[in-house]
Ligand binder design. Structure first.
Ligand SMILES: Cc1cc2nc3c(=O)[nH]c(=O)nc-3n(C[C@H](O)[C@H](O)[C@H](O)COP(=O)(O)OP(=O)(O)OC[C@H]3O[C@@H](n4cnc5c(N)ncnc54)[C@H](O)[C@@H]3O)c2cc1C
Length: 447
């Protein structure tokens, strides 16, 4: 996804762009080897939706026509966090729920249709070529999958969008630039996902929902995302090694331990379409390319290759999209100083989702990492934000602006928000999933 979006961004600035992809790309919407996480729930935040909608006009209409629900990410989606349902209301934050393979295929079709973009499939990027005297990368060595052919693609710019397993740290070291500093926060998250038939009247109507246990007491979460072709993608998640099981009954029993019963009711009543598939995610991982003292020109890194976040916060694709936009903007003054310009902007883009993801993860005392001064105080304030956001539309909207990476977490401390958060007495009970949007179907179970 990071590579496709970068190609779209570059297409307005270069004569020819080649997307080098290790996999042979499917024509349809299947989970492929290079992106095994595709089988699991992939939420697109409002920030990512905006970039993609802007880059690919008509794509969201096409996805909606294929049955992917489009709507308001607060009004048409159910959020259960910190022991309460968030207030359901029209926030104006637009989004779509769709399976990752379907979204990726739609983006790929559009990028393939750009006249100056070509795809080299079934080819491994092996290493960049380097002009040491000029201090610049001059191309990429690529090798066919059967290892029979190795060639060099000459290029003015090489973008590494090869994901979390990126070899850029090793390549840069080999070029004599050293390695980027790396920060990681271990979380040992396990995903287990199954797809079901979606029917009108299901509790998670419209776009689906998130049900989270409250950290640090609970390490469990569920994402129920409506997808195209009348499907639910249901992902159960456990952190700190509390992995959801793969046996059907035990998997459903894991769902029964969530703080509301709605997910368990869905997975024990809806018709399954697939087996249960799993994924393990060890740690948030960030590489600080912007801090490197020596960095070759003609080269940069984007997407998960810079930073991969605990996926339960659903940030990666939206961050990759925002970085693509930043790349587009960083190219306006030309190629001179591009890598530094882009990596500094990428740092600012990554800072916020990194703070959100690791800030939540560090609530678990078992998670190792430096807690900033005032960490516990801020957490107590944020717990109040969660509570008040189940009743107060202003606080709820600001909370979702932050969650969707459209505002900085510090905006939750603005006087107008802080007053509403601190002056209101903490609401009792678990709140209501019904909200002000519209009545739920009669079969709804508030949990
Ligand atoms: C379990 C899980 C759930 C997630 N859920 C969400 C979610 O809900 N919302 C969200 O926004 N994000 C989510 N993410 C993150 C999201 O998948 C990524 O952030 C997003 O795909 C952007 O990553 P990328 O394109 O940089 O890398 P990737 O998606 O990993 O893609 C890398 C690509 O590079 C190719 N490749 C790798 N090495 C080479 C090479 N040497 N030569 C040629 N090709 C190569 C691979 O085949 C692949 O196509 C989730 C991640 C995981 C693990």
């Amino acid at each position: 996804m990071g590579g496709l979006l970068a190609a779209r961004a570059l297409s307005g600035h270069f004569e020819r762009i080649t997307v080098v992809e290790r996999d042979l790309l499917p024509s349809g919407e299947t989970v492929r080897k290079g992106v095994p996480q595709s089988a699991h729930a992939h939420g697109l935040l409002a920030s990512g939706y905006r970039v993609m909608d802007d880059y690919f006009p008509g794509m969201m209409d096409e996805l909606e026509a294929a049955g992917a629900p489009r709507g308001d990410v607060v009004g048409d989606f159910l959020w259960f966090q910190y022991g309460r349902w968030k207030l359901r209301h029209r926030s104006g934050l637009r989004g779509i729920t769709v399976s990752r393979p379907c979204l990726e295929a739609a983006v790929r079709r559009r990028v393939k249709a750009i006249p100056n973009v070509t795809f080299l499939e079934g080819a491994d990027g092996v290493r960049p070529t380097f002009d040491a005297a000029a201090g610049r990368v001059t191309g990429l060595v690529v090798r066919s999958r059967d290892r029979s052919v190795e060639t060099t693609l000459e290029a003015d710019l090489v973008v590494d969008a090869s994901g979390r397993g990126s070899l850029s740290p090793k390549w840069l070291e080999e070029l004599g630039c050293g390695r980027p500093e790396e920060v990681s926060v271990k979380v040992n998250v396990g995903y287990a996902t199954r797809t079901f038939v979606r029917q009108p009247g299901d509790f998670f109507s419209a776009m689906g929902g998130i049900v989270s246990g409250t950290p640090p007491e609970s390490t469990r979460y569920a994402a129920v995302l409506a997808a195209e072709a009348d499907r639910w993608v249901v992902t159960l998640v456990g952190a700190l090694g509390d992995y959801p099981p793969t046996d059907e009954k035990a998997w459903a029993a894991f769902a029964a331990t969530l703080p509301v019963s709605a997910v368990h009711e869905l997975v024990t009543s809806a018709r399954p379409l697939t087996d249960i598939v799993t994924y393990r995610f060890p740690a948030n991982q960030r590489r600080l390319y912007e801090r490197m003292r020596r960095f070759p020109s003609g080269y940069l890194v984007t997407g998960d290759a810079i930073c991969s976040f605990n996926p339960i916060y659903g940030q990666g694709m939206s961050v990759a999209a925002t970085e693509a936009k930043a790349l587009d903007d960083s190219l306006a003054p030309g190629l001179d100083g591009l890598s530094q310009r882009f990596h500094v902007r990428a740092r600012k883009i990554v800072d916020i989702p990194w703070a959100i993801a690791t800030g939540e993860d560090l609530r678990f005392p078992q998670v190792e990492g430096r807690r900033p001064p005032g960490f516990h105080l801020v957490n107590r304030y944020l717990e109040r934000v969660h509570a008040v956001a189940s009743e107060d539309p202003v606080v709820c909207r600001k909370f979702f602006d932050v969650l969707n990476l459209l505002a900085s977490p510090s905006s939750l401390l603005s006087p107008v928000v802080a007053w509403r958060v601190l002056a209101r007495s903490a609401p009792k009970g678990i709140g209501s999933p019904l909200g002000k949007t519209r009545p739920e179907p009669a079969s709804s179970t508030p949990g």
